[in-house]
Design a protein around this ligand. Structure first.
Ligand code: PAF
Length: 287
């Protein structure tokens, strides 16, 4: 696991060329890591790529804004597409970028066969964005089949996504390992997200409510689950310009809400709207 790219990654737009690149690498006994992204890369993505580099010899980053995981009133059209900047950011970090067109991924216009995320996929983000996780898992399983990586890296920032991908891999016996990489934050606590670029200066300040709520809850965790939840909610009560969607403390092993008298590991999830931008964040919390 010593190969280090020093130049711009090879850009592949077809499934056939990607398969060929991976086949050649495997023939040389190289391990393959996949970092699935929708582009608009930031330091959080680069942390996934760096972890992929530690775990494998060939690091493939996919960049594809997947229409299947956006609802009709969501930001598919305006989602940032910054391929040139993404390639520059990946220079010296990734070996190859798979950046297919929508027609390459969905030649029939959509996918007749889809992956269903199950009951947990209908909670939290899934309740706010019906069909989102089915679309996400469908494209992720296509990417796994195209690249056939030994390991795939996902950001812990999308904690429910990482949970559901791991569940799919276990349920369908997919032959790869999944690793969730810790959230990367700005110095003031804001979790990095491609959607942060939608925020005005004022909205960016308001967006700190999410990480502050997580911090407040953590401070109250010695008093138990209801006190921690109440502390997190209080932050949003003080900031009516931030519209809370959900705040929940789940069991990280099941993603079901923690009982009020629970002890042990929890994970607090929060989603809120700041202006037109929907943001999510999460943090572990121990009781
Ligand atoms: O997290 C994302 O950027 C997307 O949901 C993913 C995993 C690349 C699938 O489109």
């Amino acid at each position: 696991m010593t190969t280090t790219s020093t130049s711009t990654p090879t850009v592949l737009s077809t499934i056939a060329a990607t398969r060929e690149l991976v086949r050649a690498a495997r023939a040389e006994g190289r391990r393959v890591a996949l970092v699935p992204t929708m582009g608009a890369l930031h330091e959080g993505h680069l942390a996934l790529v760096a972890r992929g580099r530690e775990l494998a010899d060939l690091v493939v980053v996919s960049i594809f804004v997947n229409p299947l995981q956006f609802g009709p009133n969501e930001d598919f059209e305006r989602y940032p597409r910054t391929l040139d900047a993404d390639l520059a950011a990946l220079a010296g970090r990734a070996d190859a970028v798979f950046a297919p067109s929508v027609a390459e991924m969905y030649p029939a216009g959509a996918s007749q066969t889809t992956v269903h995320a199950g009951a947990v996929g209908e909670r939290y983000e899934g309740a706010a964005r019906p069909g989102h996780f089915d679309g996400m898992l469908t494209v992720v399983s296509k990417l796994f089949n195209i690249v056939q990586p030994d390991v795939a890296l996902f950001g812990q920032k999308d904690a429910q996504q990482a949970f559901l991908v791991k569940q799919m891999v276990a349920d369908l016996n997919l032959p790869l390992a999944i690793e969730a990489v810790p959230i990367v934050r700005e110095a003031d606590g804001l979790a990095l997200s491609s959607r942060n670029r939608y925020l005005s200066q004022g909205e960016r300040v308001l967006a700190l409510t999410l990480s502050a709520a997580l911090g407040d809850a953590e401070e109250e965790s010695v008093r138990g689950v209801p006190a921690a939840r109440a502390a997190g909610l209080a932050r949003f009560d003080q900031q009516p310009d931030v519209r809370l969607d959900y705040l929940v403390i789940v069991d990280p092993a099941t993603f079901l809400p923690l009982e009020d008298d629970a002890t042990g590991d929890g994970l607090m999830l929060v989603a809120a709207r700041v202006g037109a931008t929907r943001l999510i964040d999460n943090a572990p919390i121990h009781f």
